[in-house]
Design a protein around this ligand. Structure first.
Ligand code: PLP
Length: 440
């Protein structure tokens, strides 16, 4: 990688005059003197405007499952767009992609398309409310479901210090932003993840108000902390018992941790699931789907729509991406690169006597400096994430770029090579040494 960030800084300053904080999403702002400005990306690499190349383990926060700028996907999109982009009608390609999703995802009988993960979860929640005739939702602390007011409660980007979160048995929903109507506080019940007893007690008291339980099967926004098998089964059982719609938010796990996403991997089927990210290798396309009985109420007094839903560009990207994912061992390769990195990280941290645990799936895993596996967001806050984040920051300076905020998992794509991972491990070791040297 080349020295300095002269061009990046100049572009950042220009950007900050027309884009608040110089970015188009708050998560991309790393500080006035440190926000990366990107020129391009290809395969498993990303280049900033100063010409520095990084191994990219953010992958746009997960979508780039096959590698950046994959010619097979890009050419398919270009070819499709010659026929136009939006028609405000259904196309045969759209039907083919819907059929493919139904074939790949075990719990999905029908789908509707959307353009982002936020849209997909927003629509799924409306459908759940319409289906049950109830208004409230249960979500779990630290889980992220998108950028709209109903779900921006107790996410990892809320100012969620342990003092603000209330008691574990009766958490206080913490708003993630100013500008969220206070009235919505009464529509969300936030609970600690992986606690069957608290969930069961809560439902006993509130079930008649609760439309849906929405969850990430792996906390793609808090170091990939996984739903434990007993917890997932309990959610399924309690949803059946109390007539609550179980929504699995597979925006990060879908078409990544397995062809059929987390529901296939973990063997528990939700009522509705939401997809985005890996479905189109980075092109903006999303979907939500699930049981026919529930999905079939859409259009019968239940709203869903959008000018760009199932636009030809997103659909073509999904068509080619899903063809590759279902017809090759790409996902196995992706997981193998993750396992290779995990093995190397284990060796380095053990050699330095740093206690750590991995969470999640090898294709999107978290590392936590703790003796025990974190089971919920409160455990993450109790881990030594400060030291681990410092290592990640050193790593970025050296040219490998997982997100330096350890709540974001390491993401892998089919374009990462064994040599990329080996090199990243060398840089990781140097970063650990640098941080430890600073601490002494
Ligand atoms: C689990 C989950 N759900 C929903 C979303 C929102 O997706 P989008 O950013 O496409 O709106 C995200 C984004 O990171 C996510 O990780």
């Amino acid at each position: 990688m080349s020295e300095g960030r002269k061009q990046s800084q100049a572009l950042f300053e220009r950007a900050a005059r027309v884009l608040p904080r110089g970015v188009s999403s708050n998560f991309r702002y790393w500080g006035d003197g440190a926000t990366p400005m990107v020129a391009r990306a290809e395969g498993g690499y990303i280049w900033d405007v100063d010409g520095s190349r990084y191994y990219d383990y953010r992958l746009g926060f997960g979508p780039v499952i096959l590698g950046h700028a994959l010619p097979a996907v890009d050419e398919h999109v270009r070819e499709a767009s010659r026929d136009g982009v939006v028609y405000a009608f259904t196309t045969e390609r759209e039907v083919r992609v819907a059929e493919k999703i139904v074939e790949m995802c075990p719990g999905v009988d029908m789908v509707r398309f959307a353009n982002s993960g936020s849209e997909a979860t927003m629509h799924a929640l409306r459908v759940a409310r319409a289906y049950t005739g109830r208004d409230k939702i249960i979500k779990f602390e630290g889980h992220y479901h998108g950028m709209y007011d109903y779900v921006l409660w107790s996410t990892a980007s809320s100012t969620m210090e342990i003092e603000t979160m209330g008691n574990r048995r009766s958490p206080v929903p913490v708003s993630s932003s100013s500008g969220i109507p206070r009235a919505l506080h009464d529509l969300v019940i936030t609970l600690p993840f992986n606690d069957v007893e608290i969930l069961e007690d809560t439902l006993k008291r509130t079930w008649f108000d609760v439309a849906a339980i929405i969850m990430e099967p792996m906390m793609g926004n808090v170091g990939s902390i996984e739903a434990e098998p007993e917890f997932l089964q309990a959610v399924r059982r309690l949803c059946d018992e109390y007539g609550v719609v179980f929504i699995m938010d597979e925006v990060k796990t879908g078409f990544r941790v397995a062809q059929g996403g987390a529901q296939e991997l973990l063997g528990v089927l939700p009522d509705l699931a939401t997809y985005a990210k890996s479905i189109g290798n980075g092109y903006p396309i999303a979907a939500f789907g699930g049981k026919r009985e529930i999905m079939d109420i859409i259009g019968d007094g239940v709203a869903h729509g959008g000018t760009y839903c199932a636009n030809n560009v997103g659909i073509a990207a999904a068509e080619k991406t899903l063809e590759i994912l279902s017809g090759t061992d790409a996902l196995e390769q992706v997981a193998e690169r993750g396992r290779q990195l995990q093995k190397g990280i284990s060796d380095i941290l053990e050699a330095h006597s740093i206690p750590f645990v991995f969470t999640g799936h090898p294709s999107m895993f978290g590392v936590h400096f703790a003796e025990q596996c974190p089971r919920e967001y409160r455990d993450y806050l109790a881990s030594d994430y400060q030291t681990y984040n410092a290592i990640l920051e050193e790593l970025v300076v050296r040219g490998a770029m997982p997100d330096p905020d350890s709540r974001e998992p390491w993401f892998f794509c089919a374009a990462h090579t064994e040599a990329d991972i080996d090199d990243t491990l060398n840089l990781f070791e140097q970063s650990v040494d640098a941080v430890l040297a600073n601490q002494h």
